[in-house]
Design a protein around this ligand. Structure first.
Ligand code: MG
Length: 388
């Protein structure tokens, strides 16, 4: 019997040095995304009509490009704003040039060392790295994140804050588009919010789900008046107050199911909320936690802890909608409370290949990476370009 050579044991007889992919240029684009409905209004009189979105292109030395997007919900929803994303990306750019974008763990550590906090700034960069990793390996981001569960992802529809009867009237159109979960924007005057919840609950049919999202807009006493007045209604209460402690106080004094969103900013916040029994569901937003890498970490922990999630972002166009679809579609269905198709809320499309809603559902692309091709006419000229 001949001696086995080294190749039989998995050692190459002629080892070749693997050459890491490197970031050779970073381009930043700005795109305005007007709202289909004209104005998106939520708590405390806040509204946005045109969303300021930032698209990042990471170019590798081999000529591949990966894309990511970040789109804050105006400058006063989370500590994030459109121009801030672009300034922050410029701050990180010198650190990122020459690095391997497919080594996503080290690259995230590098970003966290180079710039403390500012998770939304890092989100589009991290998203572009996942797009590149998929393109280099020939796999979709959904597959890289563990593989898909089921055929599609069910979506919810946010109903902007308006008088109660108008919000109830808006349900029919969204139902016709296939949505069965509706999230009301409340967080206004308690007596008006009670009317909003009751008016919409009154037009829902069996199997439809209602969420009242106050987006931190209520004081504890406001929130207690609302939850007491609608205690007979089948409705989830989302993020009633600004602070975690105030949300917890409301949570402990109501039997209504409870969602935390703005307070769930990282793993520490999630673990604290879980230990306190502070919520039944969380809202996981990609840019709120710093990108797909950290969102996946939180997603996986929620799967282990059996905490359902709404998987989405603060806002976005086609690139963000695609990223949401990959993260949501690779999440077990039982833990998928909902997801958002932001590209159907806006009139401008920044990429092709993004999920298109079908009967209130969307699916992650099978194509490598995010599966999108940016529309360079819509992106226009780069507002910034960083090279070696
Ligand atoms: Mg919310």
């Amino acid at each position: 019997m001949p001696w086995r050579n080294a190749a039989n044991y998995g050692l190459s007889a002629h080892p070749t040095e693997s050459v890491a992919v490197k970031i050779s240029a970073i381009r930043v684009y700005q795109v305005n995304l007007p709202l289909v409905e004209g104005r998106y209004s939520w708590s405390e009189g806040k509204y946005v009509e045109v969303f300021d979105s930032t698209v990042v292109e990471l170019v590798t030395d081999e000529g591949l490009s990966g894309y990511g997007e970040v789109c804050p919900l105006g400058p006063f929803y989370l500590p994030a704003y459109g121009p801030g994303a672009r300034v922050g990306i410029g701050e990180l750019a010198p650190t990122l040039l020459g690095e391997d974008p497919t080594a996503i763990g080290p690259l995230n550590q590098l970003m966290d060392r180079a710039l403390l906090g500012h998770p939304y700034v890092k989100s589009a960069i991290d998203m572009a790295c996942w797009d590149l990793l998929g393109k280099v390996t020939g796999k979709s981001v959904c597959d890289l994140m563990g593989g898909r569960f089921g055929d599609s992802v069910a979506l919810y529809r946010a109903i902007a804050q308006r008088p109660a009867d108008e919000m109830a009237d808006n349900v029919a159109g969204h139902r016709a588009d296939g949505y069965s979960k509706f999230q009301l924007k409340v967080g206004g005057k308690p007596e008006e919010d009670v009317e909003r919840i009751r008016a919409v609950a009154g037009v829902l049919t069996d199997g439809e789900v209602l969420v009242a999202d106050a987006n931190t807009g209520w004081r504890v006493d406001d929130a207690m008046r609302v939850v007491n007045a609608v205690s007979d209604v089948d409705v989830y209460i989302e993020q009633p107050c600004r602070s975690y402690e105030h949300c917890l106080a409301v949570r402990r004094n109501t039997t209504l199911p409870f969602i935390l969103d703005e307070n769930i900013t990282d793993i520490d916040a999630l673990l604290r909320g879980h230990a306190d029994g502070a919520m039944d569901v969380i809202n996981l937003k990609i840019s709120k936690v710093g990108g797909l890498t950290k969102a996946r970490q939180i997603r996986d922990l929620c799967v282990s802890l059996n905490i359902p999630m709404t998987i989405e972002d603060s806002w976005g166009g086609d690139i963000i909608t695609s990223a949401i679809a990959h993260l949501a579609h690779s999440t077990p269905e039982a833990l998928r409370f909902s997801a958002t198709d932001f590209n159907s809320y806006v009139t401008v499309h920044n990429a092709t290949g993004a999920p298109a809603r079908t009967s209130g559902h969307m699916s992650a692309s099978d194509e490598p990476g995010l599966g999108i091709v940016p529309d360079m006419d819509v992106l226009g000229a780069a507002v910034a370009e960083y090279t070696h």
